[in-house]
Design a protein around this ligand. Structure first.
Ligand SMILES: [Zn+2]
Ligand SMILES: [Zn+2]
Length: 271
């Protein structure tokens, strides 16, 4: 493995995201949903960098497998246009398909205990804000690469320009995580908003298992998993004080935390 390429990949994955998150954290101050400065922001910023290292390593490990599977299947069923008038509809088709796959993967993350064991790290933030966006368990991008992205690769022969446009649009994912009083009112189903996604992260049991959409909430509307935000509805977020990592090692071993905590307690009582 070429270490300088790897470091470049990590920087490429983390620095622009960290920059946009910082900008979003400043913008949140204009109209915050929760007044106080998010206690988790510093932790999340450092974790975002650690996560980028894990993401780059996993991509390295799974890329060969994914590419050879796609090539073995003939390199994608539907060729997407890379220029001309067919480019916009090609991009729209790719975007809608990927967003539907993201929606289904996210539902599975809440449905199956072993996936929730990882995804719960994202929900453990006691004060959701822009920096929560990349707070995911390090194994999850690898799982997505060999499921939904593999499927997209088998379905489409995707030119780099579409992959680039999709990656750029990925920055929008920071917006719904912002600690911001912003919803889209009657147009809630058109685009994910800070209010719509706050309900997905809500600490209140009546809000559990709804609003899974990544970009387009109409998937929730179609599959009946939507909860339309009330005009002034900005609930607190998180899973409770015992369900949040106390340090980075705990976040990196998140699905095993109960085991880890029991061992730490035993160590304390012995010492
Ligand atoms: Zn979720
Ligand atoms: Zn989220």
């Amino acid at each position: 493995m070429d270490l300088s390429n790897f470091a470049e990949d990590v920087a490429y994955k983390s620095l622009p995201v960290l920059g946009v998150i910082l900008l979003a954290l400043a913008l949140e101050r204009l109209r915050p949903a929760e007044r106080q400065w998010p206690s988790s922001a510093a932790f999340n910023m450092v974790y975002t960098f650690i996560y980028a290292i894990g993401f780059a390593a996993l991509q390295l490990a799974t890329a060969a497998l994914t590419v050879s599977a796609v090539n073995a299947a003939g390199g994608g069923l539907i060729p997407l246009a890379e220029r001309g008038w067919l480019l916009p509809p090609s991009f729209l088709l790719y975007l809608l398909t990927l967003d539907l796959l993201e929606y289904l993967f996210h539902r599975a993350q809440h449905r199956y205990a072993w996936l929730w064991a990882m995804h719960s790290l994202h929900h453990s933030d006691p004060a959701m804000n822009a920096s929560t966006t990349e707070r995911h368990f390090w194994l999850e991008p690898g799982l997505k690469l060999v499921t939904i992205y593999l499927l997209a690769g088998l379905l489409f022969k995707t030119p780099p320009v579409i992959l680039g446009m999709y990656a750029l649009l990925g920055f929008y994912n920071i917006v719904p995580h912002m600690n911001l009083r912003l919803g889209f009112g009657r147009c809630w189903f058109l685009l994910n908003s800070p209010q719509y996604h706050r309900i997905h992260h809500s600490a209140r049991p009546e809000h559990y298992n709804c609003n899974y959409a990544a970009l387009f909430p109409f998937w929730d509307r179609i599959f009946g998993t939507h909860r339309i935000p009330q005009p002034d509805e900005y609930p607190p977020t998180g899973l409770g004080p015992d369900e949040t990592p106390n340090h980075f090692a705990e976040a990196l071993l998140w699905p095993l935390r109960r085991l880890w905590r029991r061992r730490a307690k035993q160590g304390q009582s012995v010492g």
